[in-house]
Design a protein around this ligand. Sequence first.
Ligand SMILES: [Zn+2]
Length: 303
Amino acid sequence: MAAEWHEDAVQVGIIGGSGLYDLEALTDVREVRVTTPYGDPSDALVVGSLGGIRVAFLPRHGRRHQIVPTNVPARANIYALKSLGVRQLISVSAVGSLREDFRPGDLVTPDQIVDRTRNRNGTTFFDENLVVHVPFGEPFCGRLRELLGSAARHATDTAVHAAGTYCCMEGPQFSTRAESELYRSWGLDIIGMTAVPEAKLAREAELCYAGLALVTDYDCWRADSEDVSASAVTEVMRRNSAAAKASMATLLASLDPEPKCGCQDALATSVITPLDAVSETTRDRNRLLVGRYFAAQEPKPAA
Ligand SMILES: [Zn+2]
């Protein structure tokens, strides 16, 4: 647990994906190891300051990229960030493009998700005698998504697409051409392996959550793609990483650390199980996430 943590609360979390394993712009940096009721996060969290805001950075696949998408400990990652005080979370990830006008090197702030994963464990915090149904019609925070998009537009000279539907596949293999064409026929825009269950868990943890998707290639549908050489892909990844870092710095310089947003109360009407039916063990495990709602249900002490 983070009980030994005495510093001012961390306000913003950044989860980095392929091509983004650190944030050199952080100052006053320290490394924090957090354990959670859901196991250990992908790696130690790097806590530092950027734009006057305390930020926790976590490399999703570990800093040496050793964790495949199926095994990313998403519950531990989100729980660990929440335990440090994070209320707003930016998720950076590499994606393939499913449409001609989303080019390698472009940035996308997706607004929708289609979940095509099938082997993920731990897709909810609430799976033991506590039932919670959070709204998920808008899987990303619209407020944070717009701020992130405009920060990216100011900070970089690459194209930033304001919306798009993220197809989350299981992986680790990429799609077949038939699958890629199927997703295109459904009108999906980008494809990656990590938005699920991360986005679902962020909502359950009442975090504002937005994604910065870095387009690296045209998936496999575009047979005549010129960006097939390894060196071209490496160059795109390098530019993407620089664009993501510049976008983060610009965003944090203008971000309100105390967001007033519906995401922050996502559980208010979502907890179905009455308090007296929830075991003490489950209550303890989830106190960080639902404690304030339990407190509201508990009888007031007699005067
Ligand atoms: Zn929000």
